[in-house]
Design a protein around this ligand. Structure first.
Ligand SMILES: Nc1ncnc2c1ncn2[C@@H]1O[C@H](COP(=O)(O)OP(=O)(O)O)[C@@H](O)[C@H]1O
Ligand SMILES: [Mg+2]
Length: 248
């Protein structure tokens, strides 16, 4: 579903280079629920944003659902993102002036669905997260846990194969956090692949697999041993990284 090998991401400003991802390899299979942990600044968000095609990378390979992402232009990337990926953020990112129905509608309008199809998808996804009766309410009228459920409904409404969640329980108390995690587990059981970044070891322990990131690298592999092979020709990789960066 998601495969990155020797992925590299360098943020360049005129003064400094930050190596956010250094030699990042991961393979997430269809149907998995993977928790990503690691210290602050280790590259977790950078990884998720690249996985979600929100950011480019400077070297290495990324295959999403069988597609080599490097060869895609902006339009193709957006299309792939809209069709395959749902995003959930720590801060919910709901639009305060829109009620729940209209919040969930936003990405569906981008997808170009007709009104009847959108209404069906909105009602189904709000029902899935237990908020069908609140459709006309506004985000400010809900608890944090409920707001995150709306964000989950918004992510699900487009039927993504892959759900990416960046600290989805970071702003929630432990009871609400557990509720959101249970909802994500339910969604995973129904077939959606989930990659969740979390600070919370208790939540991470409940995922099928944990991936630990330190200093822009995955530190423990419980996966394809071929991903562990060292880079054989560092100099040629470096040359390719430079040309990849130049192409960006
Ligand atoms: N847009 C950016 N420009 C420059 N540096 C960045 C940018 N985004 C992240 N970084 C740097 O990349 C590193 C990894 O950041 P991040 O992926 O946000 O870590 P985490 O999510 O694990 O806390 C950090 O050193 C951070 O300062
Ligand atoms: Mg982060």
């Amino acid at each position: 579903m998601l495969k990155m090998t020797h992925l590299q991401k360098i943020y360049r400003t005129h003064l400094i280079e930050t190596h956010a991802l250094r030699d990042f390899s991961i393979h997430v299979r269809e149907g998995e629920f993977v928790a990503v942990t690691g210290p602050s600044g280790s590259g977790k968000t950078t990884f998720l944003n690249i996985a979600g095609l929100l950011e480019e990378f400077t070297g290495g390979e990324y295959w999403l659902d069988g597609v080599d992402v490097r060869g895609l232009n902006d339009n193709a990337r957006s299309k792939l993102r809209n069709e395959k990926i749902g995003f959930i953020f720590q801060s919910f990112n709901l639009i305060p002036d829109l009620n729940l129905f209209d919040n969930v509608d936003v990405p569906l309008r981008y997808r170009g669905f007709g009104a009847a199809e959108r209404k069906k998808r909105i009602e189904e996804s709000l029902t899935r997260v237990g908020l069908a009766s609140r459709m006309k309410h506004y985000p400010s009228e809900l608890s944090g846990g409920q707001q995150q459920r709306v964000a989950i409904a918004r992510a699900l409404a487009g039927s993504p194969r892959l759900l990416l969640a960046d600290e989805p329980t970071g702003n929630l108390d432990s009871l609400m956090a557990r509720g959101v995690l249970e909802l994500l587990e339910e969604i995973n059981r129904q077939g959606t692949t989930i990659v969740m970044v979390t600070h919370d070891p208790e939540l991470a322990a409940r995922a099928q697999r944990n991936v630990h990131v330190i200093d822009g690298q995955v530190t423990d592999f419980e996966e394809d041993p071929r991903l562990r092979e060292p880079r054989t020709a560092p100099s040629s990789h470096d040359a390719r990284d430079v040309s990849a960066a130049a192409a960006n």
